[in-house]
Design a binder for this molecule. Structure first.
Ligand SMILES: [Zn+2]
Length: 185
């Protein structure tokens, strides 16, 4: 199965002219919730992450809320381990709900779409502060501009997307109507 084509069919990858939350314009937009709403298809993608890291002795699978929770849950299910969710409170990532991390516990960090890598960085910081060890990072879609981490990294789909300032946007020049999609990540 061609996974990128499947994402287009599900309307996860949309092409057009979009205003991003950063204020930049882009010809491509990722609506991850078109995949997260589909229990039939999400495991097809999370399986790729679980399969990649199956030999890594993962003790737990961590993710930032909100969308990342479903990724962590599915990957943890396949790796026969547990998930841990790192919430954001007043702009800071924290462990709540009685979640704890054991010293030197090897943890796989996952997320849905990686754009700036900021969410992953904040989860990594929480895990390391609590004594855990980052065993790897797995994401569904890497749409970053080449963000990298000093840990084993795997993306199911890598899609380099050029964003434009409004002044330099070729789509604006062509007069393509600008769309403001919801749920930008
Ligand atoms: Zn534009």
């Amino acid at each position: 199965m061609n996974l990128e084509r499947l994402l287009k069919e599900l309307d996860v990858i949309r092409e057009g002219h979009f205003l991003l939350s950063s204020g930049l314009h882009s010809g491509v937009y990722f609506e991850k919730f078109r995949l997260l709403e589909n229990p039939q298809y999400l495991p097809v993608f999370t399986h790729e992450i679980a399969n990649h890291f199956k030999s890594y002795s993962i003790s737990r699978v961590a993710a930032p809320t909100l969308g990342g929770m479903l990724i962590a849950y599915e990957v943890a299910r396949e790796l026969n381990t547990r998930a841990i969710y790192v919430e954001e409170v007043h702009g800071k990532r924290v462990l709540r709900r009685g979640f704890t991390i054991e010293k030197r516990e090897p943890i796989l960090v996952v997320d849905d779409v990686m754009t700036t890598g900021q969410s992953l960085s904040s989860v990594i910081e929480v895990i390391e502060t609590n004594g855990g060890v980052i065993a790897g990072i797995g994401v569904l879609i890497d749409r970053s501009d080449g963000v990298s981490f000093p840990y084993p990294f795997f993306a199911v789909i890598t899609k380099r997307v050029t964003n434009y300032t409004p002044d330099a946007c070729p789509l604006c020049k062509q007069g393509v109507p600008l769309e403001t999609p919801g749920g930008i990540s």
